[in-house]
Design a protein around this ligand. Structure first.
Ligand SMILES: [Zn+2]
Length: 385
């Protein structure tokens, strides 16, 4: 009899541990580490400076800085414009379906999701990919959204003052798409400043890298969140004078690009690193570029991208792309064709077709007319819609 009870006990234990292993999956089809085109966030666009996503041959983008519009560009037909399917709309005011002041959006299961509302609480909306059928989905969502395998990931950074000392708390939330009130805190980081957070996904794992600073120390921590077990673990804690400007997921680890400015000489140095999953180590630094203050850098899918601007109001930057192996694969220019007061290059993200850019400019919301660029090692710089 005792044997039977013990047997039964182990059978129950076995079943409950099996259930635990898949408890975070919202659907049977997500029980795979293989990329699911309709349900997985796209790493190449999670790393960009502004909102961009893709469905088939159509790219959707929004610039955030000074422009509230969501645009589309169909790479197959060359047609693009503001994303609005409203009949007789002139696409000039807030009633236009392409008007989203947040500029924060993503594509999931053939629909475009975006947030609107105050910092206190946002609503999630969706519409179809022609800019029609706009509807409210749910409340209680925060900023910087992406949707992955049925979960909405969003975050907020709050200012807090304790004993006269100001600091920031970054919080990453997970919500179930289509279900109100299921918000779960995944990660909280408190520091003097939490300047930027990067994300990458792979199957049922989400990689998170918050960049924070307390007094003179900069920290970049790498976390791995497991959707299946709903557990998070810290893979690496990196203290450095260098500031990471992005990370890209590779098969065996994470490629990280950093920038550092020497305060005395004003020289900026760009370096590449690799974090290896297998043994949890960070590689030695690999020098990418070194120049004076006008240098900026971004991380592409397969390249380190470096821009050297000739100065304020100059419409041209020297643009260099270097492979992760350290080979210079492109050295040319990126020239703007629009606007008067151009300054920063904005990297929208990239995919297997290339890396996407625009310039930020200071013209008004109504007249702003952004130019989209694509760079690829095969075709160089192309001007798109
Ligand atoms: Zn419109």
């Amino acid at each position: 009899m005792i044997k039977k009870i013990i047997c039964l006990f182990f059978i129950v234990l076995l079943f409950s541990s099996c259930a635990n292993e898949t408890r975070g999956l919202l659907d049977e089809q997500f029980d795979t580490e293989v990329y699911l085109a309709d349900y997985d966030a796209k790493n190449g666009f999670l790393n960009g400076d502004a909102g961009m996503d893709r469905y088939g041959s159509v790219y959707y983008y929004s610039f955030m800085y000074g422009s509230p519009w969501i645009y589309y560009y169909d790479a197959a037909s060359g047609v693009g414009g503001k994303l609005c399917g409203k009949p007789e709309c002139v696409h000039m005011d807030q009633d236009c379906n392409a008007y989203h002041i947040d500029g924060d959006f993503c594509i999931y299961d053939g629909q475009l999701y975006y947030t609107e509302g105050s910092l206190m609480g946002k609503y999630l909306y969706r519409m179809d990919l022609t800019g029609s059928q706009r509807e409210k989905v749910q409340s209680g969502i925060h900023s910087d959204i992406f949707i992955h395998r049925g979960y909405i990931f969003s975050s907020e950074t709050q200012e807090v003052t304790k004993k006269g000392e100001a600091s920031q708390i970054y919080t990453l939330y997970q919500d179930v798409l289509g279900q109100e009130g299921q918000s779960k805190v995944i990660l909280e980081v408190q520091a003097s400043v939490v300047s930027k957070v990067f994300y990458q996904v792979q199957g049922n794992k989400v990689y998170i890298m918050p960049i924070s600073r307390s007094s003179e120390e900069r920290t970049a921590d790498i976390y791995e969140y497991n959707i299946t077990t709903q557990k998070i673990k810290k893979l690496y804690s990196w203290k450095s004078n260098e500031t990471p400007s992005g990370f890209v997921l590779e098969e065996d680890g994470l490629r990280i690009l950093t920038g550092e400015k020497n305060r005395e000489t004003e020289i900026r140095t760009v370096r590449l690193y690799k974090f290896y999953f297998e043994d949890g180590t960070m590689s030695e630094a690999q020098l990418v570029a070194e120049a004076d203050g006008s240098l900026s850098s971004r991380l592409g899918q397969n390249h380190a991208l470096v821009f050297v601007s000739a100065g304020y109001q100059v419409k041209e930057s020297t643009f260099i792309a270097e492979s992760f192996a350290g080979d210079e694969v492109y050295n040319g220019t990126l020239t703007s064709t629009v606007g008067q007061e151009l300054w920063n290059v904005i990297h929208m993200g990239g995919d297997e077709t290339g890396e996407y850019f625009t310039y930020s400019e200071t013209s008004s919301v109504e007249t702003s007319n952004f130019q989209l660029y694509r760079w690829s090692s095969e075709k160089g710089v192309e001007i798109l819609g």
